[in-house]
Design a protein. Structure first.
Length: 356
């Protein structure tokens, strides 16, 4: 992931919608259907309940941590906190897309409290990176989610690997993908710190303060309750599982889907639909993936509240069928198989070179 600071000149999301929803375009027609169905209306009750329940679980997990004391049973708390941290991250994601409130200030406050203070990630840095991903999904040289140094998502990226370690990873990334996700949380923490060291982030000092409070509180609690060895194991386990869960939640969305060239001029609707993949599985998958399993609908309407995505899916799928636009939907297992198959194919030129 890139560590560039957030731009202060990002366009308003509403302005972006107006630009892509040109009168008479396919997207404008679909947008009209979604608006008439009321699917862009805020769901304050849902989010207030979600925030309260998730916050209660967060506090409860740390209370259990304090009661258990210096024992290896704390690893169960570490696993629980990994799940809770990821669910908090989903709420920060929704705030970043202004799904919760209409006011940018209110969403940003919720986002920073969840991202910076609760789980130790820079909200401003992530929002900037994620906005660029939404503007250019799976587009070479423009989508920051394709710019991950440890992996190669195109044969050009694979051939560009020069170091022995990066070339080894690219050759075998099909097998190393999930193990590498264990380091995802560490990478996000490091990128957050790098972004905050720079000067491009809005509300930079508020973010620094909240991130500092998170680090101080987290480390103080762990070191006060656990012996040094147990503390290290607890932190490693909690952060590794957090990164694994978070990475597994985002991996099915675009990995293994078509990658567009840098100069691609596909219209907005097709650019968003053809590069995304939905995941079937019912409400359990909805919860586990934080609504990201409706990736097509989310990319078409980023500000649509999470609980409305399920309701929008039949409408969007039918619209795509009527307009002969391929709509990809599969199971969670199959999505991982497709992603790993793509990574394996991308690394093939390096395996052929090694064999020769």
């Amino acid at each position: 992931m890139t560590t560039s600071a957030a731009s202060t000149n990002q366009p308003r999301r509403g302005d972006a919608i107006q630009r892509v929803a040109a009168p008479g375009s396919d997207y404008a027609d679909l947008l009209h259907l979604v608006k008439v169905a009321g699917l862009l209306r805020r769901r304050h009750g849902y989010y207030l309940t979600k925030i309260a329940v998730t916050g209660g679980l967060f506090v409860g997990a740390w209370a259990v941590f304090a009661v258990l004391g210096d024992t290896w049973w704390q690893l169960t708390v570490a696993a629980s906190l990994a799940v809770i941290f990821t669910q908090i991250g989903f709420l920060g994601h929704d705030a970043g897309h202004r799904q919760i409130f209409r006011s940018k200030r209110a969403n940003d406050l919720v986002g920073m409290l969840h991202a910076n203070l609760a789980i130790g990630l820079s909200y401003g840095w992530w929002v900037d990176k994620h906005q660029r991903h939404h503007a250019h999904p799976n587009q070479e040289d423009k989508d920051p989610d394709l710019d991950i140094g440890a992996l190669a998502f195109t044969t050009r990226q694979a051939r560009a690997k020069r170091g022995p370690v990066t070339r080894f990873i690219a050759r075998h990334q099909r097998y190393l993908f999930f193990p590498l996700l264990l380091l995802e949380a560490v990478q996000l923490h490091v990128s957050s710190v790098h972004a905050l060291i720079g000067r491009g982030l809005r509300r930079r000092w508020w973010e620094v303060l909240m991130l500092g409070l998170h680090a101080a509180g987290y480390l103080t609690a762990v070191l006060l309750v656990l012996s040094p060895l147990k503390a290290v194991v607890f932190i490693v386990a909690q952060q590794a599982l957090f990164g694994l869960y978070l990475g597994c939640s985002f991996a099915p969305n675009h990995k293994g889907m078509p990658i567009n060239a840098t100069d691609d001029r596909t219209d907005f609707l097709r650019r968003q639909v053809l590069t995304a993949r939905n995941v079937r599985g019912g409400r359990l998958v909805d919860f586990a993936l934080g609504g990201l399993n409706y990736q097509i609908e989310h990319h078409l309407f980023p500000s649509m509240p999470r609980p409305n995505l399920r309701r929008a899916q039949p409408l969007v799928r039918s619209f795509c069928q009527q307009h002969d636009v391929s709509y990809c939907e599969t199971t969670l297992r199959r999505s991982y198989v497709q992603a790993l198959y793509h990574l394996h194919n991308v690394g093939r030129p390096l395996r052929v070179t090694t064999a020769a």
